[in-house]
Design a protein around this ligand. Structure first.
Ligand code: PHE
Length: 345
């Protein structure tokens, strides 16, 4: 005889249905866990029913146990199904909350900018590249021959004072100008030459308009004898200065460099006062921007060139940057102040 009367059977069916409903309606994993404890936990209703098994007469045990096992299976699989469901919901809302819009623009972030000196350098380099000048480089630590001797600056010549420098014990020095790259290029190639040499140079100088390290761009053009004249030099530089500074007056003023003869310094009308006189141009209306000249015969002799003619020029990149960007203190270019540099984006 079955131990479950019909009444008991329906009672159990109802109890089971109630639990299954509760499980299916559980709104959180926490609620679900409580339901599991109440049914299958140590003191859960089903566990307590299982405990009765030992008092049940042997012949009824099987049916009793079978009934309980069916209930247990039903509840367990309901809990598992609901758990899976609730976990899915939790994961989705987590993903929703953590969503990152990678296309969103962040106004707080900033990207770097090219330093005004390098920007000026790049602009000048690409100007001369367009004129088919090659770009040459040389070492920052030079020897006496390339920096001075070959450029017609013999030892003990007073003109060396113009470029007082830092010497090493082994007769090398930090180059005082980019002119040694002229020598290196002429020694390693044959004319014709059209080159610029951008780079860092060093001098014992420090004030409002001088720093011990700065950058120059050197220019050198060499071709067969009588092919290159001062007129070529003048034209190229005038075009370059008009391209760089716009509608300025350009004048060539006689000057001296040991490696050029004749030599000139080039002035432009002051970009700030348009030539009427101001603090920047010391009331002269003019700003010196370049040194240049026809290459001295002694320089060609030093590199073994014969029957050639040429011109050379040199400019200070920082000075150009200051005039282009209206910066009054050269030293501010080397202070790495992001407030200043941020203005040149
Ligand atoms: N080397 C010179 C200087 O540093 C500039 C210069 C270059 C002048 C080439 C004439 C020709 O002052």
């Amino acid at each position: 005889m079955a131990i479950l009367t019909e009444q008991e059977y329906y009672k159990w069916r109802n109890i089971l249905k109630e639990w299954l409903d509760k499980i299916q309606n559980a709104t959180s994993l926490e609620v679900l866990e409580n339901l599991r404890v109440e049914t299958l936990g140590k003191k859960g209703i089903l566990t307590l029913e299982f405990a009765k098994l030992k008092d049940i007469p042997n012949e009824q045990k099987k049916e009793f146990a079978q009934n309980l096992n069916e209930q247990k299976t039903a509840i367990t699989s309901a809990i598992d199904a609901q758990k899976e469901q609730l976990e899915k919901v939790a994961l989705n809302s987590q993903l929703q909350a953590d969503k990152i819009d990678v296309t969103m623009f962040n106004n707080e972030s900033s990207i770097g900018a090219v330093h005004p000196v390098m920007r000026t350098m790049d602009a000048i380099i690409s100007y001369f590249q367009n004129l088919n000048f090659s770009i040459e480089e040389g070492p920052l630590v030079e020897d006496d021959f390339h920096n001075f001797e070959a450029l017609n600056l013999p030892k003990y010549h007073p003109a060396r004072d113009m470029q007082d420098t830092f010497y090493n014990k082994d007769f090398t020095l930090l180059r005082t100008h980019t002119s040694p790259v002229q020598i290196r290029t002429m020694l390693s190639t044959k004319p014709p030459i059209r080159m610029i040499a951008p780079g860092t140079v060093f001098r014992r100088d420090f004030d409002l308009t001088h720093t011990p390290m700065f950058n120059q761009i050197e220019g050198l053009v060499v071709d067969s004898a009588d092919k290159i004249s001062f007129a070529n030099l003048k034209h190229v530089l005038e075009e370059f200065l008009h391209h760089t500074f716009g509608n300025v007056n350009v004048r060539f003023r006689p000057s001296f460099f040991p490696f050029t003869e004749p030599s000139a310094e080039v002035d432009i009308s002051c970009v700030f006062c348009k030539g009427s006189g101001c603090r920047v141009c010391s009331q002269t209306g003019w700003l010196e921007v370049l040194g240049c000249g026809i290459v001295d015969e002694n320089v060609f002799k030093a590199v073994g060139y014969e029957n050639v003619s040429g011109y050379a020029f040199g400019l200070g990149v920082e000075r150009f940057a200051m005039l282009i960007h209206n910066i009054s203190d050269l030293r501010s270019l080397f202070e790495s102040d992001l407030r200043l540099l941020g203005q040149f984006k």
